[in-house]
Design a protein around this ligand. Structure first.
Ligand code: PLP
Length: 385
């Protein structure tokens, strides 16, 4: 088999943990029941396993089981949260979000604007942070909902969620957070954090793709976005993805148990990677706050280099860079642009995101490899320019 690159792109997706896979497998075949079948053992077993998964998801959030709605992932959860709120409260039309949100928020906001909503996009500072005061000052009489991502997928920057939540609750404004990158990596207590709606996805925490959840605080008005059958207390119809949901539940349980040891191990590895690169490669900067940041992410901007050439040359590690491909062209990342980076530096930025199966040996190899590749790429860049 071909030597595969070292995987350092856990923020894009994670492999399914073998223990998660093992838990899921019977639910594809022997235990294939429809969780909505009330008349026989097949259905009862599936329904019971789904309720067990609901407990596991609720636990990692500090939520109640009945506040968990299973979805197909964070994109759907974000859509349900924002569109569902909009439709349920026709008298309020103003939304507040942040320029550095995921497309699964920004594109929904654009759609809302076409439906008559008004959206304020808060600008973060050069560290990628917004302040609770910014939110406070932007809230209006007709503000319906504030949506702030907990931790950024590109930079790992963590927003002051509890303080923002408190402001929203005091003002009677709904607070949604896309916590896809935070779940399993940060302590979350939806009650103490004043959260009304929270999105998460299984495949970012060692569960399967195509499964996720939306936490909906009790009594939060939310209009149905998927009609038919009345599954999930009427909030999201469709036959439940039983193996996916069970995988999500198990993934939450494992992350919850391993939380403290895993965070420490990843922070040590990430710091080793970042410290060594900054020490040995000149003209490199960290993108985003180094204090308010996820422990496993390092987003680095390499100066004096052709970013496209750098990424093309980095074939032995699997990483993301500061460019977003759309069908027609390559754009610099909107997140890095919002932090004030030039197009050139954004294109020459590399996101390293480590995870459960990353080893110290892999990091040592990656450091050596990045150091060499940056040096050779810079040499050609300079001779060309
Ligand atoms: C991956 C990701 C999403 C999309 O999640 P899916 O489950 O793939 O739809 C949304 N928001 C953030 C922050 C993400 O990292």
């Amino acid at each position: 088999m071909m030597n595969r690159p070292i995987y350092l792109d856990y923020n894009a997706t994670t492999p399914v943990d073998p223990r998660v896979l093992e838990t899921m497998l019977p639910w594809f075949s022997e235990q294939f029941g429809n969780a909505a079948s009330r008349t026989h053992l097949f259905g009862w077993e599936a329904a019971e396993a789904v309720e067990n998964a609901r407990r596991q998801v609720a636990q990692i959030l500090g939520a109640q089981e009945k506040e968990i709605v299973f979805t197909s992932g964070a994109t759907e959860s974000n859509n349900l949260a924002l569109l569902g709120s909009f439709e349920a409260s026709p008298s309020k039309k103003h939304f507040i979000t942040v320029q550095t949100e995921h497309k699964a928020i920004l594109d929904v906001c654009q759609y809302l604007e076409k439906q008559g909503a008004e959206v304020t996009y808060l600008k973060p500072d050069a560290q990628g942070l917004i302040t609770p005061q910014q939110v406070q000052e932007t809230i209006r009489e007709d503000t319906l909902l504030v949506s702030v991502m907990w931790a950024n997928n590109e930079t790992g920057v963590i927003q002051p969620i509890r303080e923002i939540g408190q402001i929203c609750r005091n003002a009677g404004v709904l607070f949604h957070t896309d916590a896809t990158q935070a779940v399993g990596k940060l302590p979350i207590y939806v009650e103490a954090d004043f959260i009304d709606l929270l999105s998460l996805s299984a495949h970012k925490l060692y569960g399967p793709k195509g499964a996720g959840a939306l936490y909906v605080r009790r009594k939060t008005p939310l209009a149905i976005q998927m009609h038919g059958g009345g599954h999930e207390r009427g909030r999201r119809s469709g036959t439940l993805n039983v193996p996916g949901i069970i995988g999500l539940g198990k993934a939450c349980e494992l992350s919850y148990q391993a939380f403290h040891t895993e965070i420490k191990r990843l922070a040590d590895l990430r710091d080793y990677l970042e410290r060594t690169i900054l020490e040995f490669i000149p003209n490199v900067q960290v993108n985003g706050s180094v204090i308010h940041r996820l422990p496993h992410v390092s987003n680095l901007a390499f100066g004096a280099i052709d970013g496209e050439a750098l990424l093309l040359n980095l074939t032995k590690i699997a990483v993301s860079n500061g460019s977003a491909c759309t069908s027609a062209s390559v754009h610099p990342s909107h997140v890095l642009k919002a932090l004030g980076l030039s197009d050139e530096l954004a294109h020459a930025s590399v996101r390293f995101s480590l995870g459960r199966f990353t080893t110290a040996e892999e990091i040592t190899l990656a450091i050596q490899y990045v150091t060499d590749t940056v040096a050779t790429t810079r040499a050609t860049f300079i001779s060309l320019s």
